[in-house]
Design a protein around this ligand. Sequence first.
Ligand code: SF4
Length: 313
Amino acid sequence: MKIGLINIDSKIPNLALMKISAYHKAKGDTVSWFDMFETYDKVYASKVFSYTPDYAYYPAGIETVIGGSGYIGNYTVLADEIEHTCPDYSLYPDMDYSMGFITRGCIRTCNFCIVPKKEGHIRPNADIDEFIRHKNLICLDNNVLASDFGLKQIEKIIDRKIKVDFNQGLDARIIAENPDIAELLSKVKWLKPVRMAMDNMGEVDAVIKATELLRKYKTTPKAYSVYILVRNDIEDALKRVEICRELNLNPFAQPYLNPLSEKYAVSRDQRDFISWVNRKSFFKKMPYELFKIARHDRNAGVVPDKIRIALIN
Ligand code: SF4
């Protein structure tokens, strides 16, 4: 069989398509990225974001399987025999890291998040040996610290001296309540600084406590990243970001996007705020109020006065 793959919108290597590719290659099929001028026996397409338009050029008369979190209400999961196939890393020749899920699901039910709806409660998914083929690893787990199996796998990562990034973040509430977990994390070789989240003011105390513990046990680099969810209440997000600044943490702002919306509904205020936080040359140099004025000037075509230029530069 000849298989075509379509990655509609994922900006990072598409794990599901890599597994589908490996599964078909193991059966002797030919697999390649879809080319509309080629013919195929079967096509797979993956869409991550609900607001991305669907692919417009599906070939007629060919079996086409579409899936991914971007298809609202149709949260397909891979069949077990595909899920537990080592990804085909050759689809992305420049990849120098492995990818996978040690666990699936989460113990929490945050109302803005599709994980509980899509994956349910936390459970073991795969031993790292199933998918690791490099010295670097990106884990996509949503709450690995909530799982005893996840913690055992972290011990294995430490023993093997694998550099890891849990790029969906680690649960600060669990770290704050478990000094032994903070100590365990201090033994990890981090590919990127530890990531946590402060999605609302209710999570501030946990991030402060987790930061204290991580630093007490010398988890480095010490400027941990903190995801900041930005809803329409910019003042609330600003407070969380300034708390990160005081703690010498590195905030990374993300817009709140309704996972059930087919529109990229992000206001100009949200966009401006996120630009300010995530572009460190602005974030470090000027307060948000000034950035807003500079943005307003630019949008209105006004030439900034000298004081503003001095501050912006
Ligand atoms: S803790 Fe994270 S993964 Fe779990 S429900 Fe909340 S946002 Fe989603």
